[in-house]
Design a protein around this ligand. Structure first.
Ligand code: ATP
Ligand code: MG
Length: 398
């Protein structure tokens, strides 16, 4: 068992000693069996929230209405969730009613895929009611129960299926896949924020090409913001080595590039997807660098404006598009200044030297100076810059 489980074992033992059942469940069990690193340890128990709170000295009510209590043990927090069933799902996304139950089986039945419906006891025994271990070995994503029903209950599960297909490099089971095709339109009921999380995890997974091919093949993509009737352009993505994508910014730069979205339309496109403003800013800057893709001459000012991280992102995306542009970083690293505040002369200096009075003219001169430094037309050295400022000033008056 991984260290995270060893650390949490006493929590499970204490619950069992009090006469209840407790198991590790969810992604951590799946990932352990796959020899992957685990991130969060989820515990499920037959004990009701109030009973959990009686067993442990320190607990925090993190989601008590859903049955989740956080137990503090050895300085770590562990989410313990009471076994529950869900019913209703009139809106295709969340249950109308959550009922606490004492049976593990019922709790596992509400989970999405067989590989996510495994439970692990403190004594290392695995409870595998839906042949999840077999599917793990066969690398299959298969809905628990009737896939059609399960996607009707919660349409996000369809996005989770393609996300796991990419993350784990697994194949989606045939019935499960055709149920996605049949119910693809239900994705429109899901909030964009939740779709975004799954989509990004998919694009940054082990085999994004596989996830994307499934999204396009099932028509799930048609119900994503800005993807309607864009299959032909999106298909081009599937010919590229998408597993080279390293972050969200690169994902969105590549997508907006292939969708041929104009610079000025990037913001409104990404706003539909509800990405953060930082991501939008970075995608715009990265795209402006990428636009030099076919130019012989490198526009040094563009590199300066984009900054190191976005230059890096542009090189990565360009590589995925089949062009080596490492020279962009070579040029960037040669820039005398990487930041406007590194310019060896300030407005104050200009005023003190009597070159210019405060006002818009000063800004114009400073900008011109910065541009010339970036284009290596002058050394970033105070006396030289002061001389240059005088010349610019005289020229502008002449
Ligand atoms: P990750 O590695 O991304 O954390 P995970 O499988 O742990 O993957 P979580 O979203 O953390 O995913 O959910 C934990 C568990 O809860 C899942 O393994 C699954 O059993 C169950 N689960 C999560 N979301 C759903 C859902 N929409 N429908 C059914 N079961 C779900
Ligand atoms: Mg998880």
């Amino acid at each position: 068992m991984p260290q995270e489980f060893e650390d949490a074992r006493t929590v499970l033992q204490q619950i069992e000693n009090a006469g209840y059942e407790a198991y590790f469940v969810g992604g951590s069990v799946r990932d352990t069996l796959l020899n992957k690193k685990i991130h969060d340890v989820d515990i499920a128990s037959s004990a009701y929230p109030a009973e959990i709170k009686q067993i442990f000295k320190k607990t925090i009510d993190t989601g008590i209405e859903h049955g989740t209590v956080m137990v503090i043990h050895d300085g770590n927090g562990y989410e313990v969730t009471t076994f529950r069933t869900e019913s209703g799902y009139q809106d295709f996304r969340r249950p109308d009613k959550v009922t606490f139950v004492r049976s593990l089986k019922e709790d596992l039945m509400r989970r999405d895929f067989t590989i996510n419906a495994l439970a692990l006891r403190e004594d290392r025994t695995i409870i595998d009611i839906f042949d999840g271990v077999d599917d793990l070995n066969k690398k299959i994503i298969k809905a628990v129960g009737d896939p059609h029903e399960r996607f009707h209950e919660d349409a996000l599960r369809m996005m989770r299926a393609v996300r796991f297909a990419s993350q784990l490099d697994f194949v989606i089971n045939k019935q499960t896949l055709s149920a996605i095709s049949e119910n693809n339109y239900l994705l429109a009921k899901i909030s964009v924020e939740r779709t975004l999380v799954e989509f990004q995890k998919m694009m940054l997974g082990q085999n994004p090409n596989r996830g994307l091919i499934d999204m396009l093949g099932t028509g799930l993509s048609e119900y994503c913001p800005g993807f309607k009737n864009q299959k032909n352009k999106l298909r081009k993505l599937t010919d590229l080595k998408l597993n080279q994508l390293a972050n969200e910014e690169q994902v969105w730069t590549l997508i907006t590039w292939l969708l041929e979205i104009d610079q000025t339309q990037i913001t409104s496109f990404l706003k539909q997807w509800k990405t953060s403003n930082d991501v939008i800013k970075s995608v715009i800057a990265t795209t402006s660098v990428l636009e030099m893709q076919n130019d012989v001459k490198v526009d040094r000012m563009r590199l300066f404006k984009a900054g190191k991280i976005n230059v890096q992102n542009a090189i990565q995306v360009s590589g995925i598009l089949g062009k080596d542009q490492t020279k962009w970083m070579t040029v960037y690293s040669q820039l005398q200044v990487k930041n406007a505040n590194e310019v060896a002369i300030t407005g104050k200096d200009l005023i003190k030297a009597g070159v210019v009075k405060p006002g818009p003219e000063m800004g114009i001169i400073l900008n011109r100076i910065k541009e010339m430094i970036i284009n290596d037309q002058v050394q970033n050295e105070h006396t030289q810059l002061l001389k240059l400022a005088n010349t610019i000033q005289k020229d502008s008056r002449a």
